[in-house]
Structures are given as C-alpha cells and as structure tokens.
Design a protein around this ligand. Structure first.
Ligand code: PEP
Length: 249
C-alpha cells in the first residue's frame, strides 16, 4: 500500500520563539492515523526543529534547496548542508518558488536530480493556474510540468518522489478544489505515471493534494482513492488544526 503523508509547509512564518511554541504544541498532540507527518520550518529554524522533534514521529523537512553542491550562490542552501543537520526530505517546485523566484521546469529538474543524487526524498509540487482550469487546459499544463521535471528519471527514482498537486488558485485563497476535482486530477496524474513507468510505479507513488486543505475538508478529500494525503500551508501553523488534518484519514 502506498504511504499516506501529511506535510506542513510553514513558509516564511515563525521566528525562533514562535517556532519553539509550535513545536511544543505539536509534541503534545496524539496521532491516531497511520500517516507520515512532516513539517517544513524556515531555514533558520530547521536545525532547532530537527533537534526538538528528534524523538518524535514528526519528520522535519526543508522548503527548498539549490541544485549546485556548493559555490558562489549567495543566499542559497545545498543538499549537503541540509543532510549535515539530518534533513532527508525537501519540497521542490512550490508555486510560490515558481512565481516569485522564477523557478522553471528546467531548474527544478536539476534540483530533483541533485536531491536524488544525495539520497534525499523530494516532495515535488505542481499545479495549474486559474486561467488554465477555466480554459480546460489544466490536465495538459500539469502533465507538462511533471514530464519536464521528472520524466527523465529512472523508474526506481520514484521510490524517493512524492507528488503534490497544488492548484495555484486554491493556495492560500480559502478556495479548495472539490474532492471530485482533486480525485479527477490525481487519477489523471497516476495514469500519466502508468503510461510512462507502468502500473507498479503509478500505484506506489504517493500523490498529495495542497490548496486550502483544512480540518473541515480534509476527511472528504482524503477519502478519495487517489488522494494520499496533503501538503498544508496556513492550517499547519496551528498545531490542533494540523493534527486534525493528520488524523482525518
Ligand atoms: C501550500 O502553500 O502548499 C498550501 C497548500 O497552502 P494553503 O494550505 O495555505 O493553501
């Protein structure tokens, strides 16, 4: 059976004291589902969060990294740096990275290669804009994003790839894709994987939904057969809300 995952993307929120408070709250909560749980604090708090959650079942992951191993890339962080503090999973391709930091399918493809070469697991994000959905192009756009960044990989690499479908129009807007829209897209993505790599890879790959997933809608979204969990932004900043989503399976 494929893994169910709920990952919290804290984005550029929480200074050290706020991070400490959220970590303390998270550690008090009881997990009743079998999902893997992850949180992605900002870089300055990664090591602290890693140490704090070391003996818990919550994995600390990174929000981004550079494709180069080291060098003159002011402001950037390498896979080796992340690994040196115990981080084994990285989110790549978030729509905010694509939109505000000009990340392209080409750069992302390099980042994916670097992460995998460093034995890291990748949560690869993609999703259509509102105009793509309105014009009925959403499947074409999504398939292209996945193809461009991932379809050069060997089938075995997919053991370390988690996909996160995040329609851009649903991120931080309060507007969620309906469970049916999410299921239709996830089934389409799985079919694309099956076409390229066969059913074994397609069936084993975890596909998360992201975009205004909240305690109130998580259960219905996660009940869909191809929705294997969520990448959670806003609701992951409140421990009780995040755990209500974790326990929604
Ligand atoms: C995200 O940024 O990955 C996300 C899903 O955000 P939100 O849950 O706030 O829509």
């Amino acid at each position: 059976m494929r893994k169910q995952i709920v990952a919290g993307n804290w984005k550029m929120n929480n200074d050290l004291a706020q991070t400490e408070a959220l970590l303390t709250d998270l550690k008090k909560l009881e997990q009743t589902s079998g999902a893997e749980v992850m949180v992605a604090p900002t870089f300055t708090n990664l090591y602290h969060a890693f140490e704090s959650l070391k003996n818990s079942s919550i994995e600390v992951i990174a929000q981004n990294m550079h494709f180069a191993d080291k060098g003159a890339y002011t402001g950037e962080i390498s896979a080796g740096m992340l690994k040196s503090i115990g981080i084994k999973t990285v989110i790549l391709g978030h729509s905010e990275r694509r939109e505000y930091f000009n990340e392209t399918d080409e750069t992302l493809s390099k980042k994916v290669d670097t992460a995998l070469a460093n034995d890291m697991r990748v949560i690869f994000c993609f999703g259509e804009q509102l105009h793509d959905r309105k014009s009925g192009n959403h499947e074409t756009v999504v398939e292209q994003q996945i193809k461009n960044a991932l379809f050069h990989l060997e089938a075995s690499s997919f053991q370390n790839i988690v996909l996160a479908y995040e329609p851009v129009w649903a991120i931080g807007t309060g507007e969620t894709a309906s469970p049916e829209q999410a299921q239709d897209m996830h089934a389409f993505i799985r079919a694309s994987l099956a076409k390229q790599y066969g059913n074994d890879v397609a069936d084993a790959t975890t596909i998360l939904y992201g975009g205004s997933c909240k305690p109130g809608n998580a259960k219905e979204l996660f009940s869909k057969p191809d929705v294997d969990g969520g990448l959670i932004g806003g609701a992951s900043l409140v421990a009780e809300d995040f755990f209500a989503i974790v326990n929604a399976f």
